[in-house]
Design a protein. Structure first.
Length: 135
């Protein structure tokens, strides 16, 4: 299913409808909030996406891995800069393994071509080298 197809739009709207009540019961659930942000982003509602993203990133149970799907959504929407920011945040919080590549593949998003993204890849590689040498 292509994220931009009509069929997926109805599925994404259903996702919003399913997640919102669960968030009312569990407002600090970061994974639910990131899912809602992703649904909004794929539906083209940038303002709602960014609002939910902000709330998710402020939660106590923040997980760097959970942000990778949202980074792929930003890249899919053409916001490479924000995708790089989120991936860099996960790297700074200790997630060196580039599992984000899997999310980009699942979303059908080619790896961004930009100086910022190339710099991020260099940072991942440098951290992997540092850890290999250390351990």
């Amino acid at each position: 299913c292509d994220w931009s197809s009509d069929v997926c739009s109805s599925d994404l709207s259903l996702g919003v409808d399913l997640v919102k009540p669960r968030l009312e019961a569990h407002p600090d659930n970061m994974r639910l909030r990131l899912s809602l942000a992703s649904f909004y982003g794929l539906l083209g509602d940038r303002a709602a996406m960014l609002a939910e993203e902000k709330r998710a990133l402020e939660t106590a149970d923040f997980s760097p891995v959970a942000v990778h799907h949202l980074a792929a959504v930003h890249a899919k929407r053409g916001d490479t800069e924000r995708a790089v920011e989120l991936l860099r945040r996960s790297l700074r919080q200790g997630l060196v393994y580039s599992s984000w590549e899997i999310f980009f593949q699942m979303a059908g998003v080619p790896l961004p071509e930009s100086e910022a993204f190339d710099q991020l890849l260099s940072e991942f590689e440098a951290e992997e080298r540092r850890l290999r040498e250390m351990y």
